[in-house]
Ligand binder design. Structure first.
Ligand SMILES: NC(=O)C1=CN([C@@H]2O[C@H](COP(=O)(O)OP(=O)(O)OC[C@H]3O[C@@H](n4cnc5c(N)ncnc54)[C@H](O)[C@@H]3O)[C@@H](O)[C@H]2O)[C@@H](O)CC1
Ligand SMILES: Nc1ncnc2c1ncn2[C@@H]1O[C@H](COP(=O)(O)OP(=O)(O)O)[C@@H](O)[C@H]1O
Ligand SMILES: [K+]
Length: 521
């Protein structure tokens, strides 16, 4: 979640403006230069230091000690500046600084702030103080958007040691601009700067300066950065879209947009049909995945689709499976379903059996959510891939919902490669197949061929359990069937799916089917 940085105390309001813009580092640099040009010298760093100091005081009002690790560039400069500001405001708190470079090797602005910290009476220490207690605070000002991933293998030992100490602090950590070592554009660490322990020890906060970047919200970004705060340093950059002098955002952050209330004079036909095809049965390979297709159908039902049909890829269908445990869901033989008339969700638990049906569905379905084994089948068969790409020319819309490994198969690469460039990979899939593509995982990315991507801001690791992706596919189908566009349905489904997980009561067990049944709440 995102908050504006406090002027004097923590504000209660969350920023929930739809479409919050995210900028890449190149655009951030341009914005920084533009702001620096119109302000007196050193003002930006002074403001960055002040914003950091204020947030530090609000986050750790009882701190007896604040330790600030300052890096070799302007991120370090912000740290020195914050130290000076804190010392002036908190004369009885120990304000300690550790530095990586001698002052004469710092950039000019950072040198000025180094001297200010010295003059203010800040104390220099070699390393993280051993007596830092839980009420104290660590400020990570080692590396910001100046991180160069290609330099990481030569990162000096002192910087690495301080970086590791900021990660092992048991007290709260406030990262200036971004968690040090994290790539602001991709949300990944270069291997040599990756944390030794996967989970940070204490609570983490990040104060983003001037702009917000995609890397804070996707991939490893959410664990690394924790609670995100933002300060525009008085430069008035609330929304980048209307002002042509501001560079274009690379993505937008998605937030909740409530569904319009249903009209009284409506009927089941007003809310569309969702037809699910999936769920290979036990009889084919002895590996039943019918549950996945049921989860998608359940999600579609609870998310408000007018009617839900389920066609299981189960040769034994004439047996007990012909009775639906949810009587609202209509069971179909795949050959009996009219795929031309519904929003189709295809592939959940589809196994090998789904491939046989894909030529028909790719040709006939007017709106198609392609998930899981439906995607794997396309990745394995160039003829199916061509059929998929041809749909856009016939004005048939498609949503692809890969997790990173499925995305890797579609792009003939590895899941690690996908994760290292999530935004780019999602855009590439959207372009390649001319589809809306939703790349799953922490900070789900949604991209369409003709608009800027979205990064979903809701969700947590409760969702890391089998079947939640099937629920998402069914939810997208339901929202799409109810009249949203493919992109809107994907963005809103990802948000709602994540929000339900976030708001899940701690005392209630979480499962994909329980998630599906709470979608309507
Ligand atoms: N961008 C903005 O809008 C503003 C920036 N400010 C601060 O300035 C920062 C950017 O400053 P810089 O451009 O000096 O960049 P940084 O301070 O983020 O990093 C640059 C320094 O880190 C070293 N470095 C980079 N990659 C490394 C690696 N892999 N291993 C070891 N050392 C590495 C570089 O050699 C250089 O000395 C921002 O993150 C922010 O904290 C603020 O002062 C004001 C506004
Ligand atoms: N750690 C996490 N944080 C946020 N969302 C997650 C996390 N782990 C999984 N998810 C979400 O849960 C869903 C899992 O989907 P998927 O990998 O297809 O699983 P399955 O095939 O078992 O349904 C996706 O929507 C994904 O974005
Ligand atoms: K930092």
């Amino acid at each position: 979640m995102l908050r504006i940085s406090p002027s004097e105390s923590l504000p209660e309001t969350l920023i929930a403006a739809p479409g919050w813009p995210l900028f890449d580092t190149q655009a951030t640099r341009r914005i920084e230069q533009d702001c620096a040009r119109i302000l007196p010298p050193h003002t930006l760093m002074e403001r960055a230091g002040l914003a950091t100091a204020r947030l530090a005081m609000a986050l750790a009002p009882l701190a007896r000690c604040i330790w600030i690790a300052c890096g070799p560039g302007n991120n370090g400069g912000d740290g020195f500046e914050a130290a000076a500001q804190l010392k002036a405001r908190l004369p009885h708190t120990r304000i300690l600084v550790s530095e990586v470079r001698e002052p004469n090797k710092l950039p000019a602005d950072a040198q000025i702030s180094w001297h200010r910290a010295r003059q203010a009476g800040v104390q220099w220490v070699q390393a993280c103080p051993e007596d830092l207690g839980p009420q104290d605070l660590c400020i990570d000002a080692l590396l910001g958007i100046g991180l160069k991933a290609d330099k990481s293998s030569t990162t000096d030992r002192r910087l690495l040691r301080l970086l590791e100490q900021t990660r092992q602090c048991l007290c709260a950590v406030l990262c200036v601009d971004i968690a040090s070592g994290l790539d602001a554009d991709t949300g990944q660490y270069p291997p040599s700067l990756s944390p030794q322990n996967s989970a940070p020890a204490g609570p983490r906060h990040t104060l983003a300066l001037l702009t917000l970047q995609a890397g804070l919200f996707t991939g490893q970004g959410r664990d690394a950065c924790g609670q995100i705060w933002w300060d525009d340093l008085g430069c008035g950059l609330v929304s980048g879209d209307s002002d042509t002098s501001i560079p274009k955002p690379t993505a937008h952050l998605s937030v909740d947009s409530r569904a319009a209330p249903r009209q009284h004079a409506s009927h089941k036909g007003s809310f569309g049909d969702v037809a699910v095809l999936g769920g290979e049965g036990l009889s084919r390979r002895g590996l039943s995945m019918t549950g996945a297709a049921w989860l998608a159908a359940l999600a579609a039902l609870h998310a408000g689709a007018g009617r839900v049909m389920l066609a299981l890829l189960d040769a034994q269908q004439s047996g007990p499976q012909s009775i639906a445990p949810w009587p609202e869901i209509m069971l179909r033989q795949p050959s009996a379903q009219d795929w031309r008339s519904a929003t189709v969700v295809c592939g959940c638990g589809g196994g090998q059996a789904v491939a046989d049906w894909l030529p028909q569905l790719l040709t006939q379905a007017p709106r198609l959510v392609l998930d899981a084994d439906g995607l794997n089948a396309v990745a394995a068969d160039p003829a199916l891939a061509r059929e998929l790409a041809a749909r856009a020319m016939r004005r048939q819309a498609t949503v692809l919902t890969p997790h990173p490994l499925e995305a890797a198969r579609l792009l003939q690469t590895s899941a690690a490669q996908i994760q290292s460039h999530r935004l780019q990979a999602c855009l590439e899939l959207a372009q390649k197949f001319q589809c809306t593509t939703l790349l799953k995982g922490s900070g789900t990315v949604i991209a369409s061929p003709s608009s800027q991507p979205w990064i979903n801001s809701s969700g947590n690791a409760r969702l890391a359990t089998g079947g939640t992706g099937d629920v998402l596919a069914g939810l997208i189908g339901a929202l799409w069937a109810q009249g949203l566009t493919a992109e809107q349905a994907s963005v809103q489904a990802a948000f709602r799916h994540g929000l339900v997980a976030e708001q899940w009561p701690a005392d209630r067990p979480f499962s994909a089917s329980a998630l599906a049944m709470r979608l309507g709440h």
